[in-house]
Write a protein that binds this ligand. Sequence first.
Ligand code: ADP
Length: 868
Amino acid sequence: MAGKSTPMMEQYHALKREAEGCLLFYRMGDFFELFFDDARQAAAILDIALTTRGEHGGEAVPMCGVPAHSAEGYLARLIKAGCRVAIAEQVETPEEAKKRGGSKALVRRDIVRFVTAGTLTEEALLEPRRANMLVAVCELRGTIGIAAVDISTGRMELEECAADRLGAALARLGPSEVVAPEDWDARPTEAIERARQDFASDGGEARLKAVHGVATLDGFGTFTRPMLAAAGGLLAYLDHAGRGTMPLLLPPVARESDSAMAMDEATRASLEILEAQRGGRQGSLIAAIDRCATGAGARQLADDLSAPLTDRGAIEARLALVGWLHADPLLRADLREVLRALPDIGRALGRIVAGRGSPRDLGQVRDGLAEARRIRDHLQGKPDRPALLERLLPAMGGHGALVDLLQRALVPAPPTERQNGGFIAEGYDAALDELRQTSGNARRAIAALEGRYREDTGIAALKIKHNGVLGYFIEVPAKHADALMASDSGFTHRQTMAGAVRFNSLGLHEEAARIAEAGGHALAAEEAHFEDLTAAVIDAREAIAATAAALARLDVAAGNAERAAEGDWCRPEILEDRCLEIAGGRHPVVEQALAKGGERFVANDCRLDDQDRLWLIGGPNMGGKSTFLRQNALIVLLAQAGCFVPAASARIGLVDRLFSRVGASDNLARGRSTFMVEMVETAAILSQATERSFVILDEVGRGTSTYDGLALAWAVVEAVHETNRCRCLFATHYHELSRLAETCEALSLHHVRAREWKGDLVLLHELAEGPADRSYGLAVARLAGVPDAVVARAKSVLDRLEKGRAETGGLAAGLGDLPLFAAASAAEEEQCDTLRERLRELDVDALSPRDALDALYALKQDAASTEP
Ligand code: ADP
């Protein structure tokens, strides 16, 4: 990079422009180098040395590099840190460059691939238990089109939704990368901008047809214009990222917008379904229930939990399979053991189709398919097979010819590298066997030569060795070298080392040439077989993907059955009405956390129906209110995802939408105040919850002043009760809300129990009927370690306040008028009038100071005595 504008720098800048904002990995010999800002950024993320190389515009050019052979690990870290990387390889050898353009010619380089979070297939860069979604979104006449693909397995889904549901849809998909048209104002903030013309529905349709080699998409389903437009954007991006090589893509599936239970982003976050709120899988629902034996199973489970079903038949089908495996522990144990040893054939297939497959991937496909068939044969012999299993079994077989081919062709454990050959089995190709025999013979001949030369020369320390530079050579210690140096010795000198001298001989040269020639031919033969085997696998890609999917579904069911057996969970009953009857319900995550500390979780019942659909739950902080709320939401979610549930029994009327607003979520980072977030989320619930929805609301109104908070909580409960008419659990610390029970007929009062014992508070975590008798804030404060003096002071303040409340009727005085009696009571009016009358009669100017004070006291006393 010396001087002003060297050819190399010109080439670099041209590639950098093509990289469109990605970091550029510029191949130089054995390294990928990064320059300028790329270098600064990468060096910081990777914690590697930042150096300089030459100068540009009078300034040293920052540079850093990573070895090409270990680039994958560095790529993984850059991708994790949110970078995208363009890989520029040398596409000709230095010799070719010289031949083309003389001795100073620059080696040609090209971007061969973009590595981005959504377009990974490498095993090392992917998390085995998580899908890796790339999503394209666009808007067409007010409707959002969404195309999503996991290119590591080829699964592709198209859907459309209303503009206000985009956030929820993206939350469900949890994409690693999103692309959207560049000129679309409402595009998701994290989206990568792509050309508008990529997102055209006819273009998308044409691309889909071309990828799948079909004349019409009708065989795959019905796709709307917005779906196809999004698909167009997605495929164009994949084409760009792979520089023309398309990854594995299975036929697209149209997702119906109401086939899944709707959950918005806030609900997903607050229920901690796939991720805990503090980040990471630990502490999440999936971490507490995942007993899948395979990565593919875990990915399917995550998918199930992200999109619980709303079709009773489909839910029952999953539950029946779980139940069948639950009832037979031996079968389940056998099956899980076999599954555990299964390779991830879905992802191996993904790499093979993307042109990045290895002999090992072919071996994985072979082993996975062979094992799938054995599992099928085993299960087929079992009685009372549930319907879902009957649907899965056929997909697990049918690969006989391919498995046979791969078994004959490949060695038992093929290597990950294919350059060095050695993966084609003996006996598959006679010509290859012969080549190998030739080089084997030559090797043996060389070993024999060593013995003969030792005898001939009398040098016992003579050795025949091999290295990458010289090939085969004869080596003797320096003190014996003279004898071999003689011109008639039959040896020719090649290299003198400290302490040793190296020679060649005609005999050795001949055998070595034989090895090299046969080796070269053998490598070429293996390479050709590799291409053929890869093509055979690609031909069967849809059937292989179907096998992978069937195995994953089976694994999920076996894992769920295992979890249920472990925790004594039950099979929920799914109904079409609006009940929610859970006996002995538990929170799977909290229960597990308590168990670690040797504590017991207190199971609680929940019983909602048309007549009693809103439970108002009071009681002390830390009493278990939000745990109870969440556990019931999680039980609904698990049930509709087709899992057994942590309860003694559960009857669940199908829920169309689930809403959860528990605790002020940490949205502060986005620049909204806690209270604002709370209100936005509450507004979403009030506008979207239907009679079939289930809502949990915790401490609405906590983020503002007491009066505001109580007023809002009051109004929200009324609205949920009167307008949304959904099933709802509402936790609150406002005692005043219990008065709503007088006017809302389908609302009932409950509380979490606590007891004071010898001055200490004992939280029983037990739900009971009726309003909370009192609040235990001070006792909780003491429990939390607030100093005694502060608690004592708070106690005296509280006494004052409570006295005031007794005198004034409290915070909710007057709320008895709402919502039924709008007019103030006549008695109060009257009292008010007499006071007003007396005030009017006072002649202020005529009063002495002393009289004025007396009059004021008298008025005050009257007013106090008439207070209700
Ligand atoms: P609240 O919402 O009433 O303030 P939480 O639901 O946050 O209370 O519960 C506080 C703590 O009490 C939890 O972290 C858990 O350790 C414990 N807890 C809650 N429910 C139970 C239960 N049913 N059994 C045992 N411990 C519980």
